[in-house]
Design a protein around this ligand. Sequence first.
Ligand code: HEM
Length: 408
Amino acid sequence: MALREAPAFDPSDPGFLADPYPALNRLREFAPAFYDEQRERWFVTRHEDVRSCLRDKRLGRNFRHVIMPEEIGVPPLDPRWQAFWGTERWSLLWLEPPDHTRIRRLVAAAFTPRSVDALREPARELARELLEPLAEAGEMELLYDYAQPYSIAVICRMLGVPLDRHRDLLEWSHRMVKMYEFDVPDEAAEAANHAAGEFQDYVRALIADRRAHPRDDMVSALVGARVGGARLSDDEIVSTVIVLLNAGHEASVNTLGNGMLASARHEEQWRRVVAGDVAAAAAGEEMIRFDPPLQLFERWVLTDGFSVADVAIPRGAKIAMLFGAANRDPRVFERPDTFDVGRENAAQHIGFGGGIHVCIGAPLARVELEASIAALRRHWPEFELAEEPQRTGAFVIWGLQGLRLARR
Ligand code: HEM
C-alpha cells in the first residue's frame, strides 16, 4: 500500500506564518509522527506523544556526549560562529546529564518558591509604573513600551543584573535566538555571533565585579557556588547567565503579545477577564495554550530501538515536537481552536515543556504573566487594535513584530 503523503508543511511560507494552525491541525490529524525529507527530521504532532518525547531519557537535546557527529553524518559546528557556540557550550539548553544536572541544580536553588514569590509585589509595581503613563497617552506598542521593559526588568532583578543596558540585552537576545530557526542565513548567523561575543564580554565584566564585590544576587551566588568542592568555571557562569537572561524574557514577551492579540480578536473573552469572572492567572494559561510563544523543540535519538506512537525512529535521527499542534489536540482540549480564557484544563498545555529540560523559569513566568495581565485589566480594560499586527517571520520563537493598541 502506498504511504499517504504528509500535507504540505513549510514554516517559512508567508501563507503558513499568517496562521499556522490550519496546517498544524492537518499535520496532527494526518499522523502522530512523520518524516520530512527536506528538513531531514521527524515531526511529532500529538499532545500525548510530544509529552512522552519530552520525558524520554532515550532522547537528548544534544547527542555529542554519546555519539560522534561524523557517525550520524552531522557536519561540525560552523567555526565562523565560534562566539555563539561558545555561549551555547554550557547553556542548560545544550547540556545533558551529568553536566546538565550539576548546573541545573545550582540554578534551581535560586528559583525557590520563596524567591519567586518575593518578586510578585515588585512585578505588580513595575507593571503599574509602566502602564499608568501609557494609559494616559491612550496608545501603546505593547511589546516595546510594556512587555519588553517589564520582562527584562523582572529577570534582571532576579539575577541581580543592572538595567542600564536593557535595550542591549534585548537586542543581543533577539539576534541570538534567530539561530534556533530553520535555515539560518549567513547574515543572521553573523549577527547572532557578534551579539554572543558582546554579550559574553558584558557578563564577564559582571562576573569580575561580583567576584570583587559579592552581593545578595544570583550572579554572585553562581560565582561563589561549589559543587562537590569544585567551582563553576567562568565559561559555565557566562553561558548560564546568558541563557537565563534570554529565556527569561523572549517567551514571556511573546506570550503577552500573542495573548493580547487573541484578546483583541475575541473581545468577549477579554471582557470576562475584566469583569473578574476569570482570574488573570487562568487567562495566562489559555494564552500559552492557544498561541504558544515557542512552537517547536528538538531532540536527538540517542539509542537504538526508539519509537513514538509505534513509529520506529533510528538512533542519531532528529525529532521536532510541534507544540502548537499538540496544544490544539482535540484528544485533550475540547473545541481546541476556540480561545476560552476560562478553559478548565488550559494548564495541561505543553508550553513549558517537560522532563529534565522543563522550563526552570515557569513559576516566575506565571507570576509575571499574572501580574501583567492584572495590570492590563485595570489600566487597559477597553482597547482595540490600532493597526493590524505583523508576525516576525520566525516560526520557532513565535511572536509579533509589535502590537499597537488604542485605549477606548
Ligand atoms: C511564558 C514564558 C515561558 C515559556 C512558554 C517557556 C518555555 C520553555 C520551554 C518549553 C522550555 C523547555 C525546552 C525544551 O524542553 O527543549 C524552557 C526551558 C527553559 N526556560 Fe523557559 N519559558 C518561559 C519563561 C521562562 C522564564 C521567565 C525563564 C527565566 C529564567 C525561563 C528559563 C528557562 C531555562 C533556563 C530553560 C532551560 C532549562 C533546561 O534546559 O534545563 N523560561 N522554557
